[in-house]
Structure formats: C-alpha cells, structure tokens
Design a protein. Structure first.
Length: 172
C-alpha cells in the first residue's frame, strides 16, 4: 500500500472544514469568539484581533483611586501589532505589540511620545497591560503600568511611574 504524508495545507484545510461543519451542526455561525484561535488554510487569527472602544482610568498605584479617565481606541492587528490613540494633543499615537498568554488572557505594550502644551518634546512613555477577554469576545478588562522616559531615553520620576486599568468593547 502506498501512503503519502499529508501537507500542512491539507491538514489545515481539513481542520477548517471539520470546525465549520461542527459549528454549523451546533447552530453556530463563523463568528465563534472562543478563546481558541480560528484555523484556516491561510491564517491563524485570535479573538482579540480588531478595533476596540476603550475607557481608560489612570489610578494611584498605592490605593487604586482614580486620578482621571478618558476614552481611547485600540487596534489589535493580526500578527501581534498594536496601535493606540486618544484625543489628547499632548501625546502621539502609541505603537506596540500584543500576544496571547493562555486562554482568554493576553498582554500588550506600546510606546508613545509626550509633548507640553507648546508642542515641545518631553520624552516618551511605555504602557504595559495584562488583559482578559470576556467569554463572548465582545469586551475586555485590563490593568497595568506606565513608565516615563526623558528626551534622552532615561527613566524619569516626573511624572512618576503610574498605574491604569481599562474596559473595552468592540468598535462596530
């Protein structure tokens, strides 16, 4: 008997067909936001991917009290790129990375550039968050820290390192 090994493409195509058939048999459509990546012959995608409306709360790291809150948008792109923006003219958009840790848990980090009211460059900021995606895949919560750097890239204590948390829903 002559048995040929299957190619990776053939295996992925078969897995995709089985998953689609199973979802249809259970009355589900192709937008199952489980914590597993979706497989297709062309890509692997994760439920976190997409554009999000985000409410950010800057908090006191010692007592968790809210200092201020604002709206932002976050984009989790395929392949692990992350983009963040908000309405402040005192900072640039943020660019960074994200990755899945396990199940519905992810982490992301991004860097932005800070400016004073006159537009002078003050330095940069790096934000790092751990995120948990809701079971339905339509919202998440996250919390993390911010580090500040001066114009030479050295850590600075003005402003002091900070904490933040966020809640988000999918942009539609």
């Amino acid at each position: 008997m002559n048995i040929r090994p299957l190619s990776l493409s053939a295996l992925l195509l078969a897995a995709s067909a089985l998953a689609a058939g199973s979802a249809e048999a259970n009355g589900q459509r192709g937008n199952d936001w489980s914590a597993r990546p979706s497989l297709s012959p062309w890509s692997v995608s994760y439920p976190i991917e997409g554009l999000w409306n985000v409410n950010v709360e800057l908090t006191n790291c010692d007592d968790d009290s809210v200092i201020m809150s604002f709206d932002a948008m976050g984009l989790f792109a395929a392949g692990g790129a992350f983009h963040d923006t908000n309405a402040s003219n005192l900072r640039s958009p943020g660019f960074g990375v994200w990755r899945r840790i396990k199940g519905r848990d992810y982490e992301f980090a991004f860097r932005l550039f800070r400016f004073d009211a006159a537009g002078a460059y003050l330095g940069s900021q790096i934000v790092r968050h751990k995120l948990t995606l809701a079971r339905d895949g339509d919202s998440y919560t996250s919390e993390g820290t911010a580090e500040f750097f001066d114009v030479d890239g050295e850590p600075t204590t003005v402003p002091p390192p900070g904490c933040s948390r966020s809640t988000a829903t999918r942009f539609e």
